[in-house]
Design a protein around this ligand. Structure first.
Ligand SMILES: O=C(O)c1cc(=O)[nH]c(=O)n1[C@@H]1O[C@H](COP(=O)(O)O)[C@@H](O)[C@H]1O
Length: 203
């Protein structure tokens, strides 16, 4: 089980590495956000990569699963680290089906009715996770849980719950901004701007 102190250290480490971008940033949907959590840079920081994978593994260890599925691109490296460290097979969902050879949308080997735990970086609307669940279920893979690093608390987890998938996160946006404020990385004004934004921008 990750302790609150360990998660606090991880959040500060991620911030100090540049994973938390503040300002007026374009999100996936095209809307603007005052905070963007970018886990893609974790590949350049091996100790951070191991820390993210280890803490996600703590969440994973409480959930029964036969397989891990990494969602491209941000989650693929740390899902691979989890797979190796826990000796759990992994599959990968392609962004688009291959247009040649196998024409597959899923890479890797799996059995029908295998229980798959999806690993992703961030949930906002839940759209990308919903799509992944749909793809896996179409291949007769069972999906009941996703684990992620950050829940932006914009309604995505409820959308997943509505299709029978529970989302567990290392951090909610509320946790993240509280930790960063307490560690003097962001000030009260920034916390207020982000909190107001999240309240108003629900999917
Ligand atoms: O665009 C986003 O909403 C987003 C916000 C953020 O802070 N960090 C972030 O990585 N994202 C991207 O948005 C995806 C999740 O958005 P939803 O599909 O709306 O849940 C993530 O997998 C990222 O590609």
């Amino acid at each position: 089980m990750s302790t609150p102190e360990e998660l606090t250290r991880l959040a500060i480490h991620l911030y100090d590495a540049g994973a938390v971008k503040l300002g007026d940033i374009e999100a996936k949907t095209g809307s603007r956000t005052p905070i963007y959590f970018d886990l893609r840079l974790v590949v350049s920081h091996p100790t951070l990569m191991l820390a993210v994978a280890t803490h996600l593994q703590c969440l994973a260890s409480k959930i029964h699963h036969d397989l891990l599925c990494g969602v491209p691109y941000a989650a693929l490296p740390f899902t691979a680290v989890m797979s190796v460290n826990s000796n759990t097979p992994m599959i990968m969902k392609r962004k688009e089906a291959k247009m040649y050879a196998s024409k597959k949308i899923l890479e890797g080997v799996y059995q029908e009715n295998a229980i798959c735990l999806i690993v992703d970086d961030v949930i906002s609307s839940g759209e990308s996770l919903l799509e992944t669940v749909e793809t896996l279920r179409a291949e007769k893979i069972t999906v009941k849980h996703c684990i992620i690093v950050l829940d932006r608390e914009q309604g995505g987890a409820a959308a997943l719950k509505a299709i029978g998938v529970e989302v567990k996160a290392l951090f909610t946006m509320t946790d993240l901004i509280r930790i960063l404020r307490d560690a003097h990385r962001i000030n009260d004004d920034t916390v207020e701007i982000i909190s107001d934004y999240i309240k108003v921008n629900q999917y």
